[in-house]
Design a protein around this ligand. Structure first.
Ligand code: SF4
Ligand code: SF4
Length: 313
């Protein structure tokens, strides 16, 4: 029997009511080739497991520094433990010895069988709510073989399967997953290639080509296009209308969803000792989002959701 594929899982969230119909288990994977300025899960960007420090939980006992075989941890100013990233080899001895949960790790290796076993624990809820599994990230296509095995196994168990992806990947990876999907969420972060490069770290031509190809595929999955709205960053009205016209021509797509910018990842940036680039960007209010939804509705002719809720033009 071939060995099960392995993947690096960031976390598993149970009974989510977002990211698809009904109650869902969301499997967040590590690894993403893009660098969106508004990313709310910076801990998902690296494919490898990594270590973080939560200042508010630290009781300054010093056990992490004693446990570190590389002498990478020292006490810094302002009652915080500092890690010298150049010395750290991510052995996670400090995480194991920390008594208060201040030293934490992001990412754990799973086999596809272990992931499916975890997903299957909630089968009864999927059955009663019309839910299932959603594989998210990071970017699931960075671990396409692992994802494919999970999707196939879940399909055999009758579990509804969705993925959330940027589609910034070779088509050869994407097409192997399409026969095993019930629902596909894809982002258009900006329809303008130069702006996309500026705000997400790469141009968008490959993404738009992949969206066109997926929308023309013969497999019977539903497809939802999502557009994050980051005020003043990627939400120019004319470009949004252009994105609407693009999505309006995609046969498989019945629904477009706007996702409002939020700052929920701020603490995680701090724990990883990373700069949060959009500190000053305002969070859009309801009226702001409705105005953007109107533009998208008029230009696409499609059904519009705002953060999962129907927008009534
Ligand atoms: S992960 Fe290992 S090497 Fe890195 S700081 Fe912790 S104990 Fe030291
Ligand atoms: S072991 Fe945990 S609580 Fe103790 S100093 Fe290190 S991070 Fe803080």
């Amino acid at each position: 029997m071939p060995e099960a594929a392995k993947g690096i899982v960031l976390r598993v969230e149970k009974t989510s009511i977002h990211d698809g119909e009904g109650l869902r288990t969301v499997l967040f994977l590590k690894g993403c080739p893009l660098r969106c300025l508004w990313c709310s899960t910076p801990e998902s960007q690296s494919l490898s497991p990594e270590k973080a420090f939560v200042r508010d939980k630290c009781v300054m006992c010093g056990r992490c520094a004693l446990a570190c075989p590389r002498g990478a941890i020292s006490e810094g100013a302002g009652e915080r433990m500092l890690t010298d990233k150049a010395k750290c080899v991510m052995c996670f001895e400090c995480v194991k010895k920390c008594p208060s949960g201040a030293m934490i790790s992001y990412g754990e290796e799973f086999t596809s069988e272990e992931a499916v076993a975890e997903i299957s624990k909630d089968e009864i809820f999927y059955f009663h709510s019309g839910g299932g599994v959603t594989i998210s990230g990071g970017e699931p296509l960075e671990q396409a073989e692992f994802v494919k095995e999970i999707l196939i196994d879940c399909g055999e168990r009758g579990i509804h399967r969705a993925i959330e992806t940027s589609f910034f990947a070779p088509w050869s990876k994407i097409e192997t997953l399409l026969p095993h999907l019930d629902l596909l969420y894809v982002d258009i972060k900006s329809i303008n290639a130069a702006r996309h490069a500026l705000v997400a770290g790469a141009r968008n031509e490959r993404i738009l080509d992949n969206i066109r190809l997926a929308a023309n595929s013969p497999f019977p999955f539903d497809m939802v296009i999502r557009a994050p709205i980051i005020p003043g960053v990627n939400d120019d009205d004319r470009e949004l209308a252009e994105a609407g016209r693009f999505a309006g021509g995609l046969g498989k797509v019945e629904t477009l969803e706007l996702l409002a910018y939020h700052r929920l990842g701020t603490e995680t940036y701090r724990s990883l000792d990373l700069e949060y680039p959009l500190r000053e960007t305002p969070v859009p209010d309801e009226e702001y989002m409705k105005a953007k939804a109107r533009i998208l509705a008029d230009s696409s002719g499609k059904r519009i959701l705002i953060n999962g809720l129907p927008f009534d033009a």
